[in-house]
Every structure is written in structure tokens, then in C-alpha cells.
Design a protein around this ligand. Structure first.
Ligand code: PRP
Ligand code: URA
Length: 213
């Protein structure tokens, strides 16, 4: 595994490593792939949300008063890059059920490998929310960098990116355009191939999640 640069956090956990080993396997069927992508996201999102802001609160327990912390209002937002990011949005919503949800639809042009937009819908008051952007793959980084630019244009300032598999090229692209956005990965792979797929990676995440070709 390549060494993680500053600002990039690679989740190091036996359960994540085990689930990734099955997720990567070319023989893993799409139903199991989807379940594993969801489970890895649950574990990795726990780390990617460790710096979410909280506000102090007092809670009356059956015995007394607890000095507690809760997430602020407005609640955090999870923004999924369509379509593969959808499975990760669902996982994050299990952790933060009251999160607001945004969707940024784009696909990678097969020839230029540049992202092509087809949809964008973000929560209101995005400037006041902590935002977690999710997409399984950080390959050239074009899709993630474009999504982060859309969020910046909308006013978001407290943003983190969570991907399952990344590579040095994708990290470099995102860090060059958005140096303040922390990147969380479940795995940092070696490189891109001539088709700009991550090596060894896991193949086409969207197709493997949804059983398409
Ligand atoms: C995949 C993946 C990322 C993008 C990564 O989506 O989910 O969004 O490619 O590649 P990049 O870092 O080189 O931009 P894809 O374009 O295949 O669309 P899909 O989610 O609809 O399958
Ligand atoms: N998109 C994917 O789904 N996989 C890659 O390896 C690169 C882009």
C-alpha cells in the first residue's frame, strides 16, 4: 500500500481489511458487494466523522442531569456522488439518521475520463452544515474535485471526503484543487491503469454495486 500524504487518512482496522478483501474479489456477486460496501462505509464513516462539531447540552436522566454533547443545528449533510455513492449515503444515514442529503450526479466520460454532470441537488443552508461527501472510488480525482467545487460554490466550508478505494493520482488532484478538504479512504492503492481504473482496485464500482454492465 502506498504511503498516505498529509491530509489523507487511511482507515486501519481488521474488519475493514477483511471486508475489503472480499469486496475486491472479482467473484463476489453484486448483492454481497453492495452489502460489503455499506458495511465498510459504516466503519470508515465512524472515523471520517470524528471531528464533527458538537454543542453542549444538558439531559435530564432518570437519576440526575448529564452534561452531554449533541450534533448542532442545522444537522450535518451527506452528499453522494451518483450513482455509486448512493450505497454509501444509505450507510451514513444509519449513523446520522437526521442528516440532510444531497446528490451530485455525474459520470466519467469513457474517452476523456472527465466528469459529465447530469444532476445536482444540495440541502439548504449548506454553508452552515458539516458536509461528508461520499463516493466509492477516487481514481483520477476528477469527479470528487468537481463535486467539491460545486459544494464550495454553494458556500460549504466544513467538508470532508470519504471514498472506499483511492490512489495517488486522485489524491493529488483533489488536494491541488481543495487543499483544506480532508480525505478518508478504506484503502490507498498503487496507481491507475491505461483506462484510468485503479490498480488493483475493485473494478467498476457502480456496475458491481448495481449489477449492470
Ligand atoms: C465512478 C466512481 C466515481 C468516479 C471515479 O463513477 O463512482 O464517481 O468513477 O473516477 P474519477 O476519480 O476518475 O473521476 P462512474 O463515472 O463510473 O459513474 P457511476 O457511479 O454512475 O457508475
Ligand atoms: N471508477 C470506478 O468505478 N473504478 C475505478 O477503478 C475508476 C473509476
Amino acid at each position: 500500500m502506498a504511503e498516505a500524504p498529509v491530509g489523507v487518512h487511511v482507515v486501519d482496522h481488521p474488519l475493514v481489511a477483511h471486508k475489503l478483501s472480499i469486496l475486491r474479489d472479482a467473484d463476489t456477486p453484486h448483492g454481497e458487494f453492495r452489502r460489503l460496501a455499506r458495511e465498510i462505509t459504516l466503519l470508515a464513516a465512524y472515523e471520517a466523522t470524528a471531528d464533527l462539531p458538537t454543542v453542549p447540552t444538558e439531559v435530564r436522566t432518570p437519576i440526575g442531569t448529564a452534561h452531554a454533547r449533541r450534533l448542532p443545528s442545522p444537522e450535518p449533510a451527506v452528499v453522494g456522488i451518483l450513482r455509486a455513492g448512493l450505497v454509501m449515503v444509505d450507510a451514513v444515514l444509519e449513523l446520522i439518521p437526521h442528516a440532510a442529503v444531497g446528490h451530485l450526479g455525474m459520470y466519467r466520460d469513457p474517452t476523456t475520463h472527465e466528469p459529465v454532470d447530469y444532476y445536482a441537488k444540495l440541502p439548504d443552508r449548506i454553508a452552515d452544515r458539516a458536509v461528508l461527501v461520499v463516493d466509492p472510488m477516487l481514481a483520477t480525482g476528477g469527479s470528487a474535485a468537481h463535486a467539491l467545487s460545486q459544494l464550495a460554490e454553494a458556500g460549504a466550508t466544513d467538508v470532508r471526503l470519504l471514498c472506499i478505494v483511492g490512489c495517488p493520482e486522485g489524491i493529488a488532484t483533489v488536494r491541488a484543487a481543495h487543499p483544506d478538504v480532508p480525505i478518508f479512504l478504506a484503502a490507498l492503492d498503487d496507481r491507475l491503469d491505461e483506462n484510468r481504473y485503479i490498480v488493483p482496485g475493485l473494478g467498476d464500482a457502480g456496475d458491481r454495486i448495481f449489477g449492470t454492465v
